[in-house]
Write a protein that binds this ligand. Structure first.
Ligand SMILES: [Zn+2]
Length: 62
């Protein structure tokens, strides 16, 4: 097995690792308010599910 002759510089390693990204998976967009939500879940921002209001979302104003 050939061994690497020189270690890579930090910049070189980091340049390669710019492609290592966490994939944003398992999310949908609310049809009412457009917020990112988990699929098959009532939107926690506006309380809508499948285009209908299902929950009354509590707000800080009361
Ligand atoms: Zn919403």
């Amino acid at each position: 097995m050939p061994a690497p002759k020189r270690r890579h510089s930090r910049a070189r390693s980091r340049k390669r690792r710019t492609h290592y990204k966490i994939k944003l998976s398992g999310y949908a967009v609310c049809s009412n308010c457009g917020a990112p939500i988990r699929p098959h879940t009532v939107c926690p921002h506006c309380g809508y599910y499948n285009g209908k209001p299902v929950l009354v979302v509590k707000t800080k104003e009361g």
